[in-house]
Design a binder for this molecule. Structure first.
Ligand SMILES: O=C(O)CCC(=O)C(=O)O
Length: 252
């Protein structure tokens, strides 16, 4: 994809709060990523701190569901996040210099992968203004049965909704007043391996549990706009609250 094509993506992104880019990566690229991911899981994950690795069932490594900050542990994933086509696209859509922040792994293991609660990424990011983008790259087919991404169109143009603590590991905050009406407004995106979804940090999104016999693997990329400032005090207070809650529950 070249910059001319980016113009139509930007139009959809600005209007809807998200955009779909089919076949952003080729089959060969996806095969290479899957190989690197397997190596990463075997070699890096055992040494990563608990807050960066989440399992559906802590006692079973086969239930790995989420990884954070993979770029810090692997030159391959660092190169995917920084100075990449993803960063180039982020800069166009943000209309700003894109600051690479995070590359994440999102898996929903077959049968047991839990739902991702409805949320706005900006609630976690604590930015002023909330200028950031998330990209979601399918590594295998995602559909209605295994938890494809669902968005509410135009929600990025409305104020931040109230969020509260969830019981979902890796997604500690969810919208507390999410209604049946909200659900009727959802637009869902089945995706093939290599398809890319991009969304504004204010866009409401969620995913269903995985009720199928197939896993649902994806990578997430986060970029902040250089003109947005992180509210470091609020962030530190939030981390402290999470830490205390975990301590009270005797979680690691
Ligand atoms: O993959 C998922 O279930 C959720 C992903 C998500 O919330 C995100 O990319 O912001």
């Amino acid at each position: 994809m070249n910059t001319t094509d980016y113009a139509s993506v930007k139009k959809a992104y600005d209007h809807d709060g998200y955009a779909f880019l089919p076949a952003f990566l080729s089959e060969e690229e996806i095969t290479r990523i899957r190989e690197e991911l397997n190596t990463f899981i075997a070699q890096q994950v055992p040494g990563m701190p608990p807050g960066y690795v989440f399992y559906e069932d802590k006692s079973d490594p086969a239930t790995l569901k989420q990884l954070q900050d993979m770029h810090r542990y692997s030159p391959f994933f660092e190169k995917m996040l920084e100075g990449s086509r993803f960063e180039e696209l982020a800069a166009v859509l943000l209309d700003d210099t894109a600051v690479p922040k995070n590359i994440e792994y999102f898996n929903k293991p077959a049968h047991i992968g839990k739902a991702t609660p409805p949320h706005q990424d900006g609630y976690y990011f604590m930015l002023k203004p909330v200028k950031a983008i998330t990209m979601w790259l399918a590594l295998e087919p995602a559909d209605e049965t295994n938890g494809c991404v669902r968005y509410i169109k135009g929600s990025h143009l409305k104020p931040m909704r109230p969020h509260g603590r969830t019981q979902t590991l890796g997604f500690s905050q969810g919208i507390t007043d999410y209604s049946e009406q909200d659900k009727t407004e959802e637009v869902f995106f089945p995706a093939k391996a290599g398809d890319l979804l991009v969304h504004d940090a204010m866009t409401i999104h969620r995913t269903d549990p995985n009720g199928s016999a197939r896993s649902r693997k994806a990578l997430g990329f986060i970029y902040f706009g250089a003109s947005a400032k992180e509210d470091l005090e609020a962030k530190a207070a939030y981390q402290q609250r999470l830490h205390e809650e975990r301590f009270e529950k005797n979680e690691k």
